[in-house]
Ligand binder design. Structure first.
Ligand SMILES: Nc1ncnc2c1ncn2[C@@H]1O[C@H](COP(=O)(O)OP(=O)(O)OP(=O)(O)O)[C@@H](O)[C@H]1O
Ligand SMILES: [Mg+2]
Length: 231
């Protein structure tokens, strides 16, 4: 079966300010992630974790190498095509939720469909199904600014899942939450990835949460260490 995500000799370098030399944010990385696989990415601040997720999402493009998502080489798409592709195929979850605070819970979840002009009855049913799943159906009409951090992250997870993406990318999804809420969000994220058969890559600074994944990948100064299959 085709992997959901594959990196082939991917490097990302940024020019140093002043124009002399470059910083290797990600050194040559090659790996494949299958549907249903859950990967925790750990590493110190500045090691390249967000860089890896941004490349996987097609937000950034590699300096060299190829990024494949659901059988498409993102490097062959224009920026506009990548944006449309991402809306369908990738669900993104961030540390600071990135919700629209004045909109209701339900509208925040429906937002990706609204943007695509697809906010019909099927979308409304999907929104409801997801809000029930994360225990927030009774808050559907509240503006999200009334919610706690943990609740906001549950809304953001619903939004990420709305269009049934094959690939879920979460950049420190529990980084702004206390231990109990962090654990609840982590458990939900893993369970929902299972329900949907999606691949999940999440960045975490918590050893406890990293252990919940199928594999833990470590990045040190841009060098990704992926365990051998079966290790
Ligand atoms: N747009 C950019 N221009 C120049 N350098 C960048 C850019 N984006 C990231 N970098 C550099 O690339 C390296 C990796 O950054 P990245 O954001 O991936 O780290 P991280 O592991 O996510 O760190 P943190 O845990 O603090 O979020 C850092 O040295 C960072 O300064
Ligand atoms: Mg980061």
């Amino acid at each position: 079966m085709k992997p959901v995500l594959a990196f082939v000799q991917v490097r990302k370098t940024y020019p140093l300010s002043g124009g002399k030399g470059s910083r290797h944010a990600l050194c040559e990385a090659t790996f494949a992630v299958a549907a249903g696989q859950k990967i925790a990415i750990v590493g110190r601040s500045g090691s390249g974790k967000s860089t890896l997720l941004h490349l996987a999402a097609g937000i950034d493009v590699p300096t060299t190498g190829q990024v494949w998502v659901s059988g498409r080489d993102l490097g062959r798409l224009s920026e506009g095509e990548r944006t449309l592709f991402r809306r369908h195929e990738v669900g993104l979850i961030f540390q600071f939720f990135h919700l629209l605070s004045h909109l209701s819970v339900a509208d925040n979840v429906a937002l990706p469909a609204m943007i695509a002009g697809e906010n019909g009855a099927a979308t409304q049913r999907r929104v409801e199904e997801l809000l029930v799943r994360v225990g927030l159906a009774d808050r559907r009409r509240d503006p999200v600014q009334k919610l706690s951090g943990g609740e906001m992250q549950r809304v953001a997870i619903c939004r990420a899942l709305l269009r049934r993406p094959r690939l879920l990318l979460a950049d420190e999804p529990t980084g702004n939450l206390d231990d109990d809420n962090g654990r609840r969000v982590m458990d939900l994220l893993l369970a929902l990835a299972d329900d949907e058969g999606a691949a999940l890559l999440f960045v975490t600074h918590s050893r406890e949460f990293a252990r919940l994944a199928d594999q833990v990948w470590e990045i040190q100064s841009g060098q990704l260490r992926v365990p051998e299959p079966g290790a």
